[in-house]
Design a protein. Structure first.
Lengths: 278, 312
């Protein structure tokens, strides 16, 4: 509540820009299927590599599919993967982080696992996991969630440890409050800020990495449209039909940029140091 | 004045014991060293009494307070609260007993959950009582009024208050559980002087009203003089001198106690003499520090209520 009250006076240009850019993408993917009559999977060899024009607004690819409608579907898949990965790794990371900060023995086990996972570069880990699990949307979500939960667990653990050291948590202990009460009424509300910021970044990174996985061929399988997969397919025609790679590439940059702006803005707004100074 | 008070003390039988601390020790182990934070500390607090622990920062007075609250466990020794050893309580029993000892922290900015309204902060303390009142909100209003804040403040958040007001809220929270002992850990040292006086008056008023005991932890002698009935002077984890307030203030025996008084800035020595005083104090201090660890376990009795640890 207190945060909500403060939001209006503290909302900054980053947050507004981020939200505006995201809204545009979202509108684009919602309205798109209504105004375009094409099927994202329908091939039309006669129309292959048509330049953008009044019929195919973003041109066609090497088998004559409409790039516009494929980008629209690609955005949907990217956003779904981003949201689901952010939620799953957010929830598991929070549980792991809080219990690590609370119970020293669990801490050793959990943090060693987290360190182990974090020792691998995220994308390589995701490739390996996607390779083991097999391609497909569900497996990408699993692979990316496993790759991103350690970062959230670490942020949550540090934030929780900071809150646990405060006198207000001690005052709750002295009142005889249970651990569950302290976790839900004291810890979670007070670590919400860094957690929200980290989840926003995870959202962006998941979308980017889904594209990379699809680009590398271990992500969303053809012919399902995905932004990364389209960039990968368009690579061979970059000199003759640059529109195949340009539009999905631009959209990826657009989404990631807007989420990063949103994350930066949230960080600035919710950062405890700035909050204290104001 | 002194005579009068002594007569008063003699005429009344001592009130029953509330807290007995027997030879408690606590060490903190870091990678390279063991720090004895509290070393063989013993003292008693009677019902309705204010016992002050004085000493410099790091002398172990806060650690002692935290052990009484069982935020820390003792290494050795025993803490008896109303005759029951608190270290023997299981977690469950402890949680049920918690409300009988409360604490007021030094930093009023860090001791209230920033995400809770004042009404919630008070309500969660009120429900910790042994017997819950039926109208929690009315009780919260009453508590807030008894610490000098209006009931219109109930729906505000802690960041909307000044330091002094926050400390009043902390006090309201501490008395909300109907405790028998309140540990005041430097409760006024983060506040400016005018507010300090107001808070101290409030603490005394509440003590008269509710009859609880205070363990008053402070490094500020003028505050201690105002608040306490008996004083324990702590140095390097040990109580080096203990006596009633007047015994300590009128007849300090231990060199460290004397040093504490010498380092007390007053308006008299705040002028041209200050430099000379500081010089002298530093020398005394170094001398005392050299003696530091050489205290024996021998108690030298000055009067039945006044003792000090002998230097070896």
């Amino acid at each position: 509540m207190h945060t909500l009250l403060k939001i209006r006076e503290k909302t900054n240009a980053y947050i507004l820009t981020g939200i505006a850019l995201l809204t545009i993408v979202f509108m684009f993917s919602t309205i798109g299927p209504l105004v375009s009559a094409f099927d994202p999977l329908l091939t039309a060899p006669a129309m292959r590599l048509t330049a953008p024009g009044s019929v195919h607004w973003m041109g066609t690819d090497d088998v004559g599919r409409d790039v516009f409608i494929r980008v629209i579907y690609g955005i949907k898949i990217s956003l779904i993967i981003g949201v689901v990965v952010a939620l799953i790794s957010g929830i598991t990371g929070t549980i792991a982080g809080v219990s690590a900060a609370y119970y020293p023995i669990t801490s050793k086990v959990i943090m060693r696992i987290v360190d182990g996972i974090m020792a691998f570069p995220t994308i390589i880990l995701a490739i390996v996991l996607a390779g083991i699990l097999g391609a497909g949307m569900r497996n990408i979500i699993i692979a990316l969630s496993i790759s991103y939960f350690p970062m959230i667990a670490r942020v949550v653990r540090n934030a929780t440890a900071e809150v646990l050291a405060t006198e207000y948590v001690e005052s709750a202990e002295v009142l005889g409050k249970s651990n569950t009460y302290i976790i839900f009424r004291y810890i979670l509300p007070n670590i919400a800020s860094p957690l929200i910021v980290q989840i926003t970044y995870t959202f962006a990174m998941a979308i980017l990495n889904e594209s990379i996985l699809s680009f590398l061929g271990v992500g969303i399988q053809i012919p399902t449209p995905s932004l990364g997969g389209m960039v990968s397919d368009g690579r061979n025609y970059i000199s003759t039909a640059p529109w195949i790679i340009t539009f999905p590439g631009l959209v990826i940059s657009w989404i990631v940029l807007s989420l990063d702006l949103l994350g930066d803005g949230l960080r600035e707004m919710l950062d405890p140091r700035r909050r204290r100074a104001s | 004045m002194l005579e009068l008070q002594m007569r008063e003390q003699n005429s009344h039988p001592k009130p029953p014991l509330l807290l007995e601390i027997k030879n408690i020790c606590k060490s903190f182990v870091s990678k390279n060293s063991v720090i004895k934070a509290v070393d063989r500390v013993s003292f008693n607090i009677h019902k309705g009494e204010t016992y002050a622990l004085v000493g410099e920062s790091g002398c172990g007075k806060t650690t002692t307070g935290r052990m009484i609250l069982r935020l820390l466990d003792v290494d050795k020794g025993q803490i008896l609260f109303e005759g029951i050893p608190i270290s023997g309580l299981t977690k469950r029993q402890l949680r049920k007993k918690r409300h009988t000892i409360q604490i007021i922290f030094q930093n009023p900015y860090g001791s209230l959950n920033p995400r809770m309204k004042i009404s919630t902060l008070l309500a969660e303390a009120i429900v910790s009582r042994a017997e819950k009142p039926s109208h929690i909100r009315a009780e919260a209003e009453r508590l807030l009024q008894s610490v000098g804040l209006g009931k219109e403040n109930l729906d505000k958040y802690p960041h909307e208050f000044s330091g002094g007001q926050r400390q009043r809220i902390c006090i309201a929270r501490a008395i909300a559980t109907h405790p028998k002992l309140i540990i005041c850990d430097e409760p006024v040292s983060a506040l400016d002087l005018l507010v300090q006086a107001q808070i101290l008056c409030l603490l005394q008023k509440l003590q008269k009203e509710y009859g609880f005991s205070y363990l008053f932890i402070s490094h500020d002698l003028s505050v201690v003089r105002y608040m306490s009935d008996r004083i324990g002077v702590m140095y390097n984890g040990r109580i080096v001198e203990e006596g009633t307030r007047d015994e300590i203030f009128k007849n300090p025996q231990h060199s460290y106690t004397r040093l504490l008084f010498a380092s007390l800035p007053t308006l008299k020595n705040a002028d041209a003499f200050a430099a000379a005083h500081i010089q002298k104090d530093t020398e005394t201090c170094q001398k005392v520090l050299r003696q530091g660890k050489e205290h024996s376990n021998q108690k030298v009795e000055v009067s039945p209520t006044h003792y000090l640890l002998a230097d070896q």
